[in-house]
Design a protein around this ligand. Sequence first.
Ligand code: ZN
Length: 142
Amino acid sequence: MPDRWTLPALDARNRAFFTSGRLVLQKCASCGVVQHPPEEMCHACHSMDFETRECRGRGTVYSFIVAHHAANPALRERVPYAVILVSLDEMPEVRIVGNLLDVSPDRVWIGMPVRTVWERIEESGETLQLPQWKALEEDEHE
Ligand code: ZN
């Protein structure tokens, strides 16, 4: 394993999600279901025709774990850190895994409002933009 963040392997299905800097999700062109992570086939109707649906990066913590051991040497200085499962405000049934930044793991709670931030990473001539999460501050509510 490389001594740094493990980066996603890009393919046609996940490229928009990992490079656009926007929360672009996979939407079934047949039945309209939005699913994440992107897959070959719609889990609802088994169609293989997809379009995209862009979401605002707002949600709440649906569940979380606190990592105490670095799975990768690059993460050694970050432990302990919270890995959260975010339920999107627009589509609560869609959940996205990510890291919660700038919050001590003992301050994370189920239902905590969060927003997306983008971590830019240059990798082999490609710019990845990985969605991460931060606590939504009071004055950011709309
Ligand atoms: Zn479908």
